[in-house]
Design a protein around this ligand. Sequence first.
Ligand SMILES: Nc1ncnc2c1ncn2[C@@H]1O[C@H](COP(=O)(O)OP(=O)(O)OP(=O)(O)O)[C@@H](O)[C@H]1O
Ligand SMILES: [Mg+2]
Length: 255
Amino acid sequence: MSAILELQDVSRSFGGLKVLEGVSMSLQPGEIVGLIGPNGAGKTTLVNVITAVTPAQGGVIRFAGESIEGLTPDRIAQRGIARTSQIVQPFPRMSVLDNVVAAALFAGGLRQVDEARTFAMEQLEFTGLARVANQSAAALSLADRKRLELARSLAMRPRLLMLDEVNAGLNAAEIDGALALIAAIAARGVTVLLIEHLMKVVLNACSRVAVLHQGRLIADGAPAAVVADPHVIEAYLGRRYATRAGAAMSVGSTA
Ligand SMILES: Nc1ncnc2c1ncn2[C@@H]1O[C@H](COP(=O)(O)OP(=O)(O)OP(=O)(O)O)[C@@H](O)[C@H]1O
Ligand SMILES: [Mg+2]
């Protein structure tokens, strides 16, 4: 199968600080890939580089077989790459529905407002937000704001969706709901890159896990192999995790 996203030797610095260095990886259609690593490892920057919010300074990024070098963030969204932000930023004064309509018009390929409303409403139903469609976005709970981020992203009809800590701050039941939704999104054929600190979520949701440490990819493989990798334990998981990991993998719950 040919990759939907391919990174080759991607780099980015801020001032003298190399935040991404020689990052190469590829994502296949319909995969859910976890991206983990310590605070400051470069995870959000990688998403910003792929979406050209902060363009790469070296390397090649191909989406659906074509280089996306030089494209603006809005062009990249229109090509089919969507992302949620670590800090949730809806248009607070607009209704939940209008937030999603705006995304459908911006990057979902829809021109007619009526069509966009119908399509946006379908995304609200899919994400469980139809009940709050007419509320202002500012009135939503954190869990619903995160769902709104997903609904807005889906309204852009993405082929690749990058989720930056969508579960942060959610309780266990809300996380289960979000994971079911993410699985349903992938089942529609959307490739998902899931940036996540909760290892339980990573191990349950992802078929593959990549690990960033100080801007370099130090592991990329099956979750069980990655969490047992001494470099990953050293850089991120810690020894205490490692001693529990074997047992936790088999019962499906961990830190
Ligand atoms: N626009 C910027 N200007 C200068 N430095 C930046 C900028 N964006 C990120 N950095 C720096 O790049 C490094 C990586 O940051 P990044 O936000 O990508 O990490 P992260 O892996 O997402 O961390 P976290 O898990 O805390 O979200 C940090 O040292 C950060 O301070
Ligand atoms: Mg981040």
